[in-house]
Every structure is written in C-alpha cells, then in structure tokens.
Design a protein around this ligand. Sequence first.
Ligand code: GLU
Length: 506
Amino acid sequence: MARCYTPPMITRDRYAPSPTGLQHIGGVRTALFNYLFAKASGGAFILRLEDTDRSRFDPAYVKNLYDTFAWLGLYWDEGPDIGGPYAPYIQSERFALYRQYALELIDKDKAYYCFCSPERLETVRSKREAARSSETGYDRYCRAIKRDHAAKRAADGEPCVIRLKIPLDNTTRFHDQLLGDIEWQNNDINPDPVLLKSDGFPTYHLANVVDDHLMGITHVLRAQEWLPSTPLHVILYQSFGWNPPAFCHLPMVMGQDGKKLSKRHGATSVDEFRHQGYLPEALINYVALLGASYIEGKDLYTLEELEVCFSLEKLNKAPAIFDYKKLEWYNGQYIRMKSDKDLAALALPHAVDAGLFGQNNAAPDETQGRAFIEAIPLIKERVSFLHEIPEKLRYLFAEPPLPETSEFLPKAMDIAKTIELLELGRELLEPLASRNDADAEAFIKAYAESHSVKLGNLMMPLRVALTGARVSPPLFGTVRILGAHVSRARVERALAALRKVNGQIT
Ligand code: GLU
C-alpha cells in the first residue's frame, strides 16, 4: 500500500464554563486538566464562554473567571479576551450560527419543528402523573407533522422550538478515554430534546456540539456529571455527519463523606481559598492530583512539571476525595518554599487587613515594613496559611497584654526566683540584639552556665515578657527585631508587675 502523508495530530481542547456562578474547585480541575493535556500534547487550550442561559448570566461571574485564572496563572491559547482563529468565543455572540445549524438538521430530516404550547406539555405531564406512567419527557407529538406543513407554520410565525430526532430504536455507542466503551439505549435518552428555543436561543447541547465541531476540538475533557449528555451529543454529531471528538469524563470530586463536593464540606470557590490565604501553587498542585496520579512517591509538582508529565493514562477511574487537610499541608509546603521577601509581600495585605501596622488598615511605615520582612523567618515553618502570619507576629508591632503572673513562672519556681531570672535575662538583651542565632545561642548558654541557672529557666520569663506568651516564635530573632530598647522596656514592665504581686516596692 502506498504510504501517504498523515499530518501530526494537533490536539485542541477547551474549558467551556457557563458564567452562572463563581469558579469552584470542580471547574478549576476541569480547566487545569484541559490545560495540562494541551501542554503535554503540544496542542491548544481554548476558553469558550457558554452563556446561553441568559437568565442566570451575570457579568460578575465572567470577571470572577478572568480574575481566578489570572491569579492561578493558567492561560489559554485562544479565548474571548485574546481572540483566536475561531472567534468569537462567547456563545451569545454566535446565536445566528446555531439557528443556521438547527435549520440544517431540519433539512436533513434529523430535527423537526415543535409547536406544542407550554400548556399542552403540562397537560401531558399531569395526565402521566395521574396514570402513574413511567414515561417522561416530550411525547413526540409534533414529530409526525409533515415537513412542508411544519415549515409553513414556522414561516408564518407560529411560535415553535426545534427538536432533535432521537433514533427510536437501537443504541448509541461511544468510547470514553477513561471509562472505556459506553453503550446507551436510545429510549433512555431524553426524547427529542430542544435544540433551539422559541426565542431563537440555542440550548446547551446544540451550541456545545456546533462549537466543538467548528472550533476543531479534538478532545472533550469534562466532569463526569456531563456523561448522560454525551449519547445525545454523539447523536447530534451523527445527525450532522460530523466526527465526534474524543471524550474523557473526569472522575467526580467528592467530600470526605463520599458526597459530591459542596459548600457543606467547606470552601469550594477559588475566591474563598484565595481569601483564606492559600497560594495558587498549592491549589494547582493539589487540584492536579484530584483524580490523577503521576510519579510514585512524589507529592510536589510545579505547573511546569505537570505540563510535561500529564497524560490521560494517569487519570483514575475512582472518584477523587477532596481533603482539606491535605491541601493545607500543600499550602504550608509552598509557603516554606517562598523567599522571605516574597512571602512578606504575599502576607502584607492580610497583615494590613488585620490592623498589624495601625488602625484603619494602615499601611506599614518603613521601619514596620522592614521588620515585617525580617520577622518572616520566625514564623515561616509554623504557618499553613498567609492569614496566620499577622496573628503570629502581632506581638512585634504592638505591646502584647501583660500575661498572668503564673505564665512567667518556670516549673517549680516562685515569683521571687522568677524576678531574679528575669533580672538576669534583662542583661542579655543588649548582647542578643546584635548577634545572629548561632552566636546568640552560644552566648546565652555560657551566660546561663556562669550564673548556674538552667537555660530553659532563664529563657521562659524573658520569652513571656517579650512576646506575651509561653509559646512563641524564636526568642533570639524576637530580640533582634524588637531591638534592645523596646525589649528592655517590656522586661521592665513585666518586672514591675511581678514585684507588685510579690509585695515589693517598685
Ligand atoms: N457549559 C458546560 C459547563 O458549564 C460545559 C460542559 C462541557 O464541557 O461540555 O460546564
């Protein structure tokens, strides 16, 4: 057989959200897998807005979509905002096209005009209900109307919709890249669904299939909840005489209780995660693992790594369980990977919001700004969220309330002894403020030894005096950032309070 040139398979896939809500984890997972599949196969990733449901459309959701993906750093190759060879990428700007294709199906005898009024449809429904009939959906009443006659009635302006003729017998088969061969009895498919509504608007099925075809989509990767629509889409492709794309229905995302992930489980919209102080890298890494496994034993993936190692073979059939604790772990990991300067910049809005630098969401002055960056290493290992950072560092920017006396006392020490320890500690402030951690540690150890006190006993009252708590970020860094002067003032305040309780005149 003669060899012939076969062009390389250029993949094209798309994320096709309906802007009727905030972008949530499920949508981001679909977008991310499409993005990764396109990158890994050298193809193109397209954004198409499926805004045919005008009653639920809200421009705020379109803005939220753009904001979300800009924050995540996921970019499409073609889309409403950047254009592309198949523009427009917004379905409401393509309405004339869907009408034209619906009419083409009528010409091909694969669709028909339906003139049934809402009242008639309601009567059919209630009669069936009364008769306890198991039949649902349209009763195909208008399918029998002669084509010329129907065309004339439509041309005369009689209100009508256009319905698809679902073949009455047989089954519809297609192959799903993840789930394998799928067969659907045609009489289990919604009887003759509407393609074009009486107001001329297309339904999801028509617009989706026409656009996927016209935009050259080769792979449809979408949530498994769309699986029941696929036989219908396959019939539509067949009715047009087009080749369907490859389908891949992604595993469901469930909460820990095995139910579909929803608000009941916690945050689901990306906005919420963002405001809670999650980093985009952590969200991307975790979402990329929802229903897929890549390299055995490897948890952390950058987007660039995922772009290389993603493939449909790596998808799991089983539903993915969304584990908030695991996501938190990822967030902590990515927080630790940030440089102090970058982390400070990311945490800054949270700190301003928390009033760390003064009332009314004051911005930091120069000294505060510097101190904030210097303080980052003190807490980097101890936080999982950006918003935890201001609370952990608050004691550096405002004197903490004076703790109860008992808080100052090391184990088995009374107040008088604690005062002595704190007085010893006071002498350390000057030398500690100018030493790095290693030198400070050596210095304080030698000091404790020469005064025959335990290191822990020396440090505890000092820590409580400076930070207001027994458990706090590291002491040496604290003294460095507060400086000897402020540190000393805090120690004096604590000493005065302890002496008072102890009955000493101050
Ligand atoms: N507009 C549909 C949605 O909101 C698209 C489903 C599909 O990918 O075909 O998810």
